[in-house]
Design a protein around this ligand. Structure first.
Ligand code: NAD
Length: 270
């Protein structure tokens, strides 16, 4: 017997697709598989063509530009969505940025005021800005919001630098949005993903070493896939998680619970 999809007929906006490797794209595919109608936004015309092509693979023609560092773009995106749909059941926020120079070397030396401002603006405030603009549509649907975070929100590690404080701000924003919008039936959650090779991840020096380290020390002795992130996001965005809000759910092969690990040797070394 065919079961209805977990998000059958739900209206979903996905912010943060840049390539077929994007975590946002994996989430979009999971949502499409489970019956959602999708809209996408993209940053800058350079990505427009690629995102339109990906959107068409999941039957979507609603593809709007939005640089999340610009209020007027966020407002225009909200107007475009309101012009199509009278409600928004799902918002996926998968956006982060910090200047390349800030993502290497020492945190103290490489975090100037502008890098700090930009990282927090694009990676954390953008969630608040989008939810503010889309609030009437989300409230009309008692909608669900998911953003993507990383362990750097809570732990210090090499090179991630200013993105750590920005992700801490993002996760705190998730809690404050959930607290504020709960009375309107809106749920807000985060997935804290382990390392997955994407365009954004490629910008972090030593990413390969991070991945190797996780594979040797995470309880599951492997890294995770974009599909695993997407399935956890799908759960939070679906009715299965109707009682969950303000939560950060780790999808990291258990890495974040480890206090001390004796690293397994790299595979193939006997
Ligand atoms: P990605 O490069 O595919 O996605 C990052 C997205 O941010 C891109 O679509 C880019 O266009 C968008 N973006 C950046 N600045 C923007 C702006 N000003 N306006 C609009 N969009 C903007 O990489 P990804 O790894 O899929 O990243 C998605 C999210 O997942 C990020 O929040 C990232 O921190 C998070 N995350 C990634 C990993 C990982 O290992 N890949 C792990 C944990 C969390």
């Amino acid at each position: 017997m065919n079961r209805p999809g977990l998000v059958q007929g739900k209206k979903a906006l996905v912010v943060g697709v840049a390539s077929e490797r994007s975590l946002a794209w994996a989430v979009a595919q999971a949502l499409a598989r489970e019956g959602a109608d999708l809209a996408f936004s993209y940053q800058g015309e350079r990505l427009g063509e690629r995102v339109r092509a990906l959107a068409s693979e999941v039957g979507s023609t609603v593809v709007e530009p939005c640089d999340v560092s610009r209020d007027e773009d966020i407002d225009a995106l909200a107007r475009a969505i309101a012009g199509r749909w009278d409600r928004l059941d799902i918002l996926v926020h998968a956006v982060a940025f910090a200047p390349r120079e800030a993502l290497a070397g020492g945190f103290t030396g490489n975090t100037d005021r502008e890098a700090f401002r930009l990282a927090h603006d694009v990676s954390a405030y953008s969630l608040v800005g989008l939810v503010r603009a889309l609030r009437p549509l989300l409230a009309a649907a008692a909608g669900s919001v998911v953003t993507l975070s990383y362990l750097g929100a809570e732990r210090a590690l090499p090179n991630y630098n200013v993105m750590g404080p920005a992700k801490a701000s993002l996760e705190a924003s998730v809690r404050f949005l959930a607290f504020d919008l709960g009375p309107e039936g809106i749920r807000v959650n985060a997935v804290s993903a382990g390392p997955v090779k994407t365009l954004a991840a490629a910008g972090i020096p030593g990413f390969r070493r991070m991945l190797d380290h996780v594979q040797r020390t995470a309880p599951l002795r492997r890294s995770i896939t974009a599909e695993e992130v997407a399935n956890a996001a799908l759960f939070l965005l679906s009715g299965l998680a109707s009682g969950v809000s303000g939560e950060t759910l780790y999808v990291d092969a258990g890495y974040h619970i480890v206090g001390m690990a004796f690293e397994d040797p790299p595979s193939g070394s006997g």
